[in-house]
Design a protein around this ligand. Structure first.
Ligand code: PMT
Length: 220
């Protein structure tokens, strides 16, 4: 593939975790580092695309030539994604979005009490960002991820269908040394009538291989 494969195309990528506030000093989050999403941004840039990263809180440098939009909560990421997704050609959902947010965020720090050992926090389901982007018209080519611990193909294909995706990259996040927060990963990629296995590699190389598959599907 050449440096011009995605010339004139805009690619929007969500990356990293989201943070769901509990009170002014606490939040619910996950172990996503943003490495996979940022590697995809750099691979897409290398193919000539205009790249916009919608990033949760991460400790990474923005790949050169990419535009970055920082967000914190799933609701923030949802809003930015619908805004930028409306004018992109390819939307990649690599972020580990919290499925639930705290129903009522306390406006002051929650105090520890002496008379009760248990504390309940009610959660509310967050909107599904990638599914809502896939409902836009015109609809971009939408690549989602699936973080699974078993039956990768079954769960990934189910997510692809339910969320209206064109392609899904599944990773087994139960295997140490790959997936969340590591430098390496392995992906099983599915689209409606095909699949490809991208074996264990560093996330930069893997991102290039995944972008190649995206280009092949778009060219069809
Ligand atoms: O960031 P790293 O440390 O490099 O790790 C990479 C990764 C493991 C986070 C990445 O490879 C990955 O698997 N990302 C997706 C994680 C995830 O939340 O998967 P899921 O199976 O729960 O979600 C399925 C898809 O729906 C994903 O594309 C997700 O972005 C999207 N989603 C989920 C919930 C939600 N409310 N909105 C969404 O858009």
């Amino acid at each position: 593939l050449s440096e011009q494969s995605l010339q004139g195309k805009t690619v929007v990528i969500t990356a990293g975790p989201t943070r769901e506030a509990i009170d002014p000093v606490r939040y619910i989050s996950n172990h996503s580092s943003g490495k996979m999403g940022f590697a995809l941004a750099s691979a897409a840039k290398g193919l000539g695309a205009t790249v916009k990263i919608i990033s949760g809180p991460v400790n990474l440098t923005t790949p050169s030539g990419c535009e970055r939009f920082d967000v914190s909560s799933a609701l923030d990421m949802h809003q930015r994604s619908l805004e930028l997704g409306a004018t992109c050609d390819i939307f990649i959902a690599c972020a580990a979005v919290a499925d639930y947010r705290v129903a009522e965020v306390a406006s002051h720090k929650i105090k520890k009490t002496d008379n009760n050992d248990a504390l309940q926090i009610n959660l509310l389901k967050n909107p599904d960002i990638v599914a809502d982007v896939a409902k836009l018209t015109p609809k971009p080519f939408v690549l989602g991820f699936a973080a699974e611990t078993q039956d990768l193909e079954h769960y990934a294909r189910d997510k692809m269908q339910r969320k209206g995706l064109d392609m899904i990259a599944a990773n087994d996040v139960s295997i140490p040394g790959q997936g969340f927060n590591s430098s390496d990963n392995a992906l099983q990629v599915y689209w409606p009538n095909g699949q490809s296995v991208l074996s264990l590699n560093d996330k930069q190389r893997l991102a290039q291989q995944l972008m190649d598959l995206v280009v092949q599907q778009i060219d069809k």
